[in-house]
Design a protein around this ligand. Structure first.
Ligand code: 26W
Length: 812
């Protein structure tokens, strides 16, 4: 009997399998295989085991008629798969040994894999963390999305400007997908609706086939897996055969493209919904295919739809799949002859919805005319849902026409539009925000009227991140220290990190912790050198802001501080400055002019500051290009300071804030999103909170905000804004940033940068003060890691499973 039964079994020797796959699957000489060929061979070894686990999981779930969760999401930012799969399958050491036999490191192999970047930012990465947790908790689950041929664009910087390139992640194929040729469903569009003696028939005008490709998501510490099923649009076989037969191949190919373009590209926009027909078609395309798939599975197992709600929970990741509410009604009523009321009750028990943003410009609405054109039957269904809903609401508050107007699924001001958030709310039994503050703001602002009708529908599920990727995989050095001091259980129970509190006071432990941080900073410094050419010192404070570039996230406020510091160092070069490296990364939506201008400004400031000999190592500014999951895995462990500086009330949650704190960065942030809960969990002394709070932001806007007063009243701020606005950092084009600066001083400064500036700069000085005391800093950094247990996505998914989905791990 072994003493420690929880000890990890030894990782098996897989060198023979690797060689066999090199020879038989990859088609490469095992004696001369490249890193990329090795990566493919190792991936094949993992793939075979994933396949076994998938088959087993499906078989058991069928046998137990398990209740499942279906997670509908337009975005899944999966990143790379190999390292995670090896860890889950306990193959890491075996793969490393196999690689070594070919004179390679495992990192040489894993580095060859392109990211699956099928998402824009936080929402997409959250979906990927959730799949990891669903698999790990053993929840019967499917994620459904789109198999975009081109994911999030690749960002290059040319002359300080962002340039976008297509992300052809599939060009060399991927070892991770399982094409399911037999799972192909028709998805229809357009046409008109015939009402023939009580029967409704959608006379569609076009049809495309949706073909399933599965990615297997392995759980950790379990053999259970989750499935990510992605749909590819394929022209139906019968299209324009006439053109082919007459030899008009070009016309036939053009027709084919018209269908297949539906799954070509991810819309690279997280700020304003693209009001384009193709986007609406994408939304309906993947929802319709997913619904057919889940209904087929349900009928195979249960032979009736009457009990659908007992066996499936469908989750809407934001409003992007909201058309699913109308689609389920259409399937039940039109195709299965269910009565409307019964179908509607079933729908309401099945759907739940997460809102990820309060920003009015990001709330999806579609012109009624467009839905009429693309989905005429769905529009009728939406109108009927709306009518019955408004009748009910009118009984609740008789005579209040304004109330009904605000609640309506149709926005009647100007061009009539369907409000997808309203459709999601009326169709769901639970609606949640993604942090305590955000959920509270939802019921106080955009959903107040709904909350007065249905207070119990609204709830909070604070976001989380998977510790497997964001600690175990991204930070092997810290993981080793944690294993040695706490045991390895934190991977599956992140609350175990609390045990670090005991070690906080131990000088030797702090010393090791600092050495690990330094090692990770050296790694990050290498990446910076490689990608930007700038040499930075790992002994400087690494001050990190990484996220999509957006005005509300206030990268520009960070730049204002950088310039403040630059001017202060020049004015007082001999003061005991704490050397800083300010690190930015993130993509701007291609059409977002102000965000792109901020990227350019960061580069211009960097050029000036980094090349100013009077400054030296006291200040460096770098922008790491092409931010994505894999780049983040290097940045998070190397950060000292985490910038979370959105205007209070604008960042729904944030998840980068969690990844950074989990890796021992201290946060400088506003009272916003999950920062508030991070503060509660790490303690007030271990975080730097500054700036206006949400009610103060509201009050200031109501009483009248005058940015000019801040400009005139603060000479330091004035000097900074003047320097940027007058071209000190763009001498070749002095007016380059006048619009950006004018939007602050004269244009209303919508996100209140000037109002928060003084508080921000003062807080940055406090940061320096603590950083000067390495023992104190590392004590606080350790307290951050120790307090992050609650931000595991396992906790989040556990809450969703219990409170919203009522799904439990199948008992096998
Ligand atoms: C097409 C338009 C579009 C696409 C995506 C509009 C808005 C979105 C998302 C809501 C953007 C997003 O990623 N939101 C982020 O979601 C994270 C996960 O909940 C939160 O942590 C972030 O605060 C939120 O900005």
């Amino acid at each position: 009997m072994p003493l420690n039964t929880s000890a990890k079994p030894q990782s098996p020797d897989i060198s023979k399998d690797i060689n066999s796959h090199l020879l038989h699957t990859v088609g490469a000489d095992p004696g001369a295989a490249s890193s990329s060929e090795m990566m493919q061979a190792v991936a094949q070894v993992a793939r075979a085991q994933l396949s076994e686990r998938w088959v087993h999981t499906q078989r058991e779930e069928r046998k137990h008629k398990a209740r499942r969760v279906v997670y509908l999401s337009m975005e899944f930012l999966m990143g790379r798969t190999l390292s995670n799969a090896l860890a889950a399958l306990n193959l890491t050491e075996g793969a490393a040994a196999g690689a070594l036999q070919h004179a390679k490191n495992l990192e040489d192999l894993t580095g060859c894999e392109p990211d699956a970047a099928l998402g824009n930012g936080g929402l997409g990465r959250l979906a990927a963390c959730f799949l990891d947790s669903m698999a790990t908790l053993g929840l019967p689950s499917f994620g459904y999305g789109i198999r975009y041929e081109y994911g999030m664009f690749a960002q290059e910087i040319q002359g300080g400007n962002q340039v976008e390139y297509p992300d052809s992640w599939l060009k060399d194929g991927t070892p991770w997908e399982f094409p399911r040729a037999e799972l192909t469903y028709p998805v229809r569009f357009g046409g008109w609706v015939a009402h023939e003696d009580g029967k409704v028939v959608w006379k569609h005008a076009g049809e495309v086939a949706a073909k399933a490709y599965d990615m297997v998501v392995p759980g950790h510490g379990t053999h259970k897996v989750s499935t990510l099923r992605l749909w590819k649009a394929v022209a139906p076989d019968h299209i324009d055969l006439g053109a082919f037969n007459t030899g008009d191949y070009a016309r036939a190919a053009a027709a084919k493209n018209e269908y297949e373009n539906i799954s070509w590209v991810l819309y690279p926009n997280d700020s304003t919904p693209a009001g384009r027909e193709l986007r609406l078609k994408q939304e309906y395309f993947f929802v319709a295919a997913s619904m057919q798939d889940l209904i087929k599975r349900h009928l195979d197992e249960h032979h009736t739809l009457d009990n659908l709600a007992e066996h499936v929970a469908i989750h809407l990741n934001d409003t992007h799949p909201a058309i699913g509410v109308a689609e389920l009604m259409r399937i039940l009523c039109d195709e299965h002859d269910m009565l409307w009321d019964k179908a509607w009750a079933l729908c309401g028990k099945t759907f739940s919805y997460t809102n990820h943003t309060l920003m009015p410009e990001a709330l999806e609405t579609w012109p009624v005319s467009l839905i009429q054109h693309v989905l005429p039957r769905h529009l009728e269904i939406i109108f009927r849902i709306n009518k019955e809903f408004l009748d009910q609401a009118a009984r609740f508050r008789p005579g209040d026409q304004e109330f009904l107007k605000r609640l309506s699924l149709i926005d009647e001001t100007g061009e009539r539009r369907v409000r997808m958030a309203h459709l999601s709310v009326v169709g769901s039994h639970q609606i949640n925000g993604v942090s305590a503050l955000h959920s509270e703001l939802l019921v106080r602002t955009i959903f107040t009227d709904f909350a007065s009708l249905w207070p119990h529908r609204f709830t909070n599920m604070t976001n989380g991140v998977t510790p497997r990727r964001w600690l175990a995989q991204a930070n092997p050095s810290l993981s080793k220290l944690l294993d040695a001091s706490l045991g390895s259980g934190w991977r599956l129970d992140l609350n175990k990190l609390q045990g670090l509190k005991e070690h906080q006071g131990d000088a030797a432990f702090r010393e090791q912790f600092r050495a690990i941080k330094r090692y990770n900073k050296v790694r990050l410094a290498h990446l910076i050198k490689e990608t930007t050419g700038v040499v930075v010192s790992p002994d400087s404070l690494f001050d990190v802001q990484v996220k999509r570039i957006h005005e509300y996230k206030r990268q520009l406020l960070n730049v204002l501080h950088v310039v403040t510091r630059y001017q202060a160092i020049l004015a007082n070069p001999d003061a005991p400055w704490v050397p800083r490296t300010v690190i930015f990364a993130g993509k701007a939506a291609s059409s977002y002019v102000a965000a792109k201008s901020i990227i350019r400004l960061i580069h211009d400031v960097g050029l000036t500051v980094n090349n100013d000999e009077r400054i030296g190592d006291k200040l460096k500014v770098v922008f790491i290009p092409n931010y994505g999951v894999s780049v983040a895995e290097i940045i998070m462990p190397g950060a000292d300071l985490s910038e979370q500086i959105s205007t209070a009330g604008t960042e729904a949650s944030g998840t980068g804030n969690m990844k950074l704190a989990l890796n021992g960065a201290l946060t400088i942030g506003t009272d916003d999103g999950a920062n508030i809960e991070i503060r509660q969990n790490v303690g007030d002394d271990n975080i730097f909170i500054f700036g206006l709070k949400t009610p103060e932001v509201r009050d200031l806007r109501v009483t009248g905000y005058h940015p000019l007063n801040y400009y005139e009243g603060n000479p330091t701020l004035k000097a900074v804004l003047n320097a940027i606005g007058e071209g000190e950092f763009s001498p070749d084009e002095p007016g380059r940033y006048s619009a950006l600066i004018n939007s602050l001083v004269w244009g209303g400064d919508h996100y209140l940068l000037l109002a928060d500036y003084a508080s921000y700069v003062a807080t940055q000085q406090q940061v320096d003060g603590v950083y000067r005391q390495p023992e104190l800093w590392s004590q606080r950094a350790i307290a951050n890691v120790a307090g992050m247990g609650v931000f595991s996505s396992d906790r989040t998914i556990g809450e969703y499973a219990r409170q919203i989905w009522r799904v439990t791990p199948a008992p096998y």
